[in-house]
Design a protein around this ligand. Structure first.
Ligand SMILES: Nc1ncnc2c1ncn2[C@@H]1O[C@H](COP(=O)(O)OP(=O)(O)OP(=O)(O)O)[C@@H](O)[C@H]1O
Ligand SMILES: [Mg+2]
Length: 378
């Protein structure tokens, strides 16, 4: 029998994926009842893998998991939910064409005369939970029309309505504005006061400092230890995450930009749900400078990149590289202009996972004037 101070105990967890990657190696991870516990680590450190095992989405290769002192075999999310575990994924799992209330009760719909969904009851449930947990949502709005911050509240409420007492939040602030983050933190503290336990994944050191009680740091699939948040400095956290000292400020010379190379003028794009994603966007990028584009996810950044690399076509406006338009041009031509794209989702769009590194490296070099695949066939 495990110690009851802990709601979650993961002992000696190893996870080797079918492709041979050991994403977790002998990880111990313990969460105390009623705490907000941060799980930190660089990209690829193994945080999501560990949490997927706790939510029944992946199975450990080795190791044991205890929930509320009981040894469990979390073979699916349904089993995890029955053990009072809920997960809010970074990329929301809501159905855009359904209303908030319909999403709330998905898979557990209240029935009218035993057959049809009782929509009125679904709205009542949504309102009751929204009030109880101080998470305000609009039950009748279609999910596709609500802001990101509200979508996240719906995800949290969905977990709560299914009986979650332990909430896993995978990078919940990545999609939020500063104001929305502050609001989320108030809500999480409110949940903590009501006895809920939360596991909070984030890279943002100031957020971890602000909201969490303890933290576990992962590096290359291993745990680097567990700390009281108040007792460890941001510098020390970074050092443990990365494995060397990290300089939190960058020293660099003043840029000396010259001619304009990329010119974007009045780009406009309205998406399939009639939402204006680009609204007369104009800017220049000069040779020798780095242009930062700030904003939380979902505010047109992805659409802008799509237009510049002809993954989509704007409704109007222009984009030129050294005077040559890139709108609607073949990717080969855009590459020949000296542009390359490292996409935000590398795993899906940046590489072919089943191909070799060699094949990946030459995959954009296969075009030839005579036969398209000629260089690849030699
Ligand atoms: N389904 C999978 N099959 C094979 N390898 C995987 C799979 N999922 C993750 N990996 C690999 O396992 C390692 C850990 O990945 P994981 O997603 O757990 O990291 P993470 O800490 O959550 O990173 P991030 O901060 O980028 O979300 C990485 O090397 C990743 O490429
Ligand atoms: Mg992850």
């Amino acid at each position: 029998m495990a110690d009851n101070e802990y709601v979650v105990q993961m002992k000696g967890i190893t996870k080797v994926y079918p492709n041979g990657i050991a994403a977790n190696q002998g990880v111990d991870f313990n969460v105390k009842r009623g705490e907000i516990h941060a799980l930190m680590g660089e990209n690829g450190a193994g945080k999501s893998t560990l949490m997927k095992m706790l939510f029944g989405l992946e199975q450990p290769t080795e190791g044991e998991i205890y929930v509320n002192g009981e040894k469990v075999s979390l073979t699916s999310p349904t089993v995890a939910i029955s053990k009072e575990i809920g997960m809010v994924h970074q990329h929301f799992m809501l159905v855009p064409n359904l209303t908030v209330a319909e999403n709330m009760v998905l898979g557990m719909e209240p029935k009218h005369k035993g057959m049809f969904m009782d929509y009125k009851k679904a709205v009542e449930i949504t309102e009751e939970y929204a009030k109880k947990y101080n998470l305000h949502v609009d039950p009748n709005a279609k999910v596709r029309d609500i802001p990101v911050g509200m979508k996240q509240k719906v995800e949290i409420l969905k977990a709560l309505v299914r009986g979650a007492k332990i909430l896993i939040l995978d990078e919940p602030t990545a999609v939020l504005t500063t104001q929305e983050t502050e609001e989320l933190f108030k809500e999480l503290v409110h949940l903590k006061e009501q006895g809920y336990t939360m596991i909070f994944i984030s890279h943002k050191l100031h957020e971890i400092k602000q909201i969490t009680d303890r933290l576990t740091i992962m590096r290359s699939g291993k745990s680097m230890g567990v700390y009281q948040t108040a007792d460890i400095s941001k510098e020390e956290i970074s050092r443990l995450m990365v494995g060397r000292d990290v300089i939190l400020t960058v020293e660099k010379d003043q840029a000396q930009p010259t001619d304009v190379v990329l010119r974007v003028r009045d780009l406009e794009y309205t998406n399939e749900w009639n939402k204006k994603m680009l609204n007369k966007l104009s800017f220049d990028v000069r040779k020798g400078e780095i242009l930062g584009i700030a904003g939380v996810e979902g505010n047109g950044q992805r659409e802008l990149v799509d237009m510049l690399f002809n993954l989509n076509i704007p409704d109007s406006g222009s984009a030129t590289v050294n005077g040559h338009s890139v709108i609607g041009q073949p990717q080969r031509k855009i590459r020949d202009l000296g542009v390359s794209l490292i996409p935000e989702d590398r795993m899906t769009f940046g590489m072919a996972g089943t191909a070799t590194i060699e094949e990946n490296l030459m995959s954009d070099r296969c075009a030839d004037k005579n036969t398209i695949m000629a260089p690849c066939l030699t």
